[in-house]
Design a protein. Structure first.
Length: 483
């Protein structure tokens, strides 16, 4: 250091001063007892030293416009250890800046803080100027680093405590200065990452092909089996645990396929037997009532009406009973029902009116053959016949989104639902009506069926709820999970 930036001054107890900090050869008197730091320096008998900044001393000894930093120390008489004076070491702040300026870039600021957190010296390239109160407590540790919240231009602060003067050396970095060491290697890092990524993809592909691919194939085959495809088998490509697992899976698939075939055959045989038993109950019941009416008309001598009944009966038997189809269109069912109603109108003691309101969309749908005839028969014989006069039979059909609803209403005598069947519940009484409900649920499941509502003296309504079957291929038997 030069003599201008590093000077020594000794001040005796009477204020006499001498040293290379003085200008000329004249003696200089200083009264230091009025300075704030002086009482702290002489508070004890021990030798102490302090780093201070003093504007009074700067006005006397600063020559370059920069303030000085002063190291003050007590001097003692070595004989009796009495106070002899004060030693003052003067260092120009400009000289301190020259020491550390080469270590501060344009994207950094460096501060030297005293014990009171006041700035001793600084190179403030980031225009920090001062530290907010919420930042200062974070600088109390011996050293460390943190990201300040109150300084937008500063990304990182690192600090270190200088031992003897307890000064804080504080570095302020912006984001650009932090990332600067990595910018020159940015391209190399990208190339390295790309190479690692390619190698990882290749290794992963090899592992998947060797280990995962057979397991994935086995899983896909399990999904096919879950969907019901039991015909295909997996090839055994390896003689290891996966190959053994594949072989056992194929054997299990064959066993399931065999059991399913047996179950389908037994279920179909049982279903066919049940349907034939129900059909055998419906046909004799219908014939019994029709032949009884025909016999009455022959004995009454009404041969023309009897002949018409026989023609309608032959047409009905030809189209209904001689046809082995289980499913027919609702339009076909209504035409068969028309022959039956014509027979009943001939044999009925009192005339009754019939209204059929079924949309074309409903008529194109499929249903079980001879489904409506037993219900119409019960409406005529148990509802309209006891009433005798002003009798009306209505048949209505409407389509929902995925269902068909048919309604058979009569304005007959009605009955008390509480004594025969619960109101709006599946029909459970009468051979004809109960068979209709059983046939519907046997084919389509328990979500569908026939429901009856009746009011004494007003009439009866039967509601038939069916699935919407637009094609004959849709008429597949219902698979009951409990069967």
């Amino acid at each position: 250091m030069s003599g201008r930036s590093f000077s020594v001054l000794v001040v005796a107890e009477d204020g006499t001063s001498f040293g290379n900090a003085l200008f000329g050869s004249q003696n200089f008197h200083l009264n230091l007892s009025q300075r704030d730091w002086y009482s702290t320096l002489f508070a004890t008998t021990q030798t102490r030293q302090l780093w201070v900044k003093d504007s009074y001393l700067d006005s006397l000894f600063s020559t370059n416009g920069y303030p000085n930093i002063y190291l003050v120390r007590k001097l003692h008489d070595r004989q009796d250890w009495s106070d002899a004076g004060t030693l003052i070491l003067m260092i120009s702040e400009l000289e301190i800046e020259r020491i550390y300026s080469n270590y501060v870039s344009n994207q950094q600021s460096l501060f030297i803080l005293g014990r009171d957190m006041q700035i001793v010296s600084s190179i403030d390239n980031l225009q920090v100027r001062s530290f907010p109160e919420d930042v200062q407590p974070q600088l109390l540790s011996y050293s460390g680093s943190f990201c300040p919240a109150g300084l937008e231009q500063v990304g990182l602060i690192t600090y270190y405590t200088i031992g003897s003067p307890q000064w804080k050396l504080v570095y302020c970095h912006d984001t650009a200065s932090i990332l600067h060491p990595f910018e020159s290697r940015h391209f190399q890092y990208l190339v390295l990452m790309a190479v690692c990524l390619v190698v990882s993809v290749i290794l992963t592909t090899l592992v998947v092909r060797h280990y995962i691919s057979p397991i994935k194939t086995l899983r896909e085959q399990m999904d096919e089996v879950q969907k019901g495809n039991l015909d295909s088998h997996l090839p055994i490509t390896a003689n290891n645990e996966i190959g053994q697992l594949t072989a056992h899976f194929n054997l299990m698939q064959d066993s399931i396929n065999l059991l399913m075939q047996r179950l389908v055959e037994e279920s179909e045989a049982k279903r066919s037997a049940e349907i034939k038993a129900l059909q055998s109950q419906i046909n004799p019941h219908f014939l019994y009532n029709t032949l009884a009416s025909l016999r009455f008309m022959i004995f009454s001598g009404d041969k023309e009406r009897a002949d018409n009944i026989v023609v309608s009966l032959i047409h009905l038997m030809k189209n209904a009973l001689s046809n082995s189809q289980r499913f027919v269109t609702i339009d076909m069912e209504l035409r068969l029902l028309d022959d039956y109603i014509r027979i009943q109108q001939y044999t009925f003691a009192h005339p009754f009116a019939v209204e059929i309101d079924v949309t074309a969309e409903v008529r194109r749908c499929y249903t079980i053959k001879l489904l409506l005839q037993p219900i119409v028969e019960n409406a005529i014989f148990h509802g309209l016949k006891p009433k005798a006069a002003n009798c009306l039979l209505q048949i209505t059909g409407r389509c929902g989104e995925d269902c068909v609803d048919l309604y058979i209403r009569d304005n007959g005598v009605g009955f008390d639902p509480g004594q025969t069947a619960p109101k709006t519940s599946p029909i459970s009484t009468g051979i004809g009506l109960s068979n209709v409900n059983e046939r519907i649920q046997l084919y389509f499941g328990k979500h569908y069926g026939a429901y009856i509502t009746s009011v004494p003296g007003t009439g009866t309504e039967v509601h038939i709820h069916l699935p919407k079957l637009k094609e004959e291929e849709d008429c597949k038997p219902y698979e009951d999970s409990d069967r």
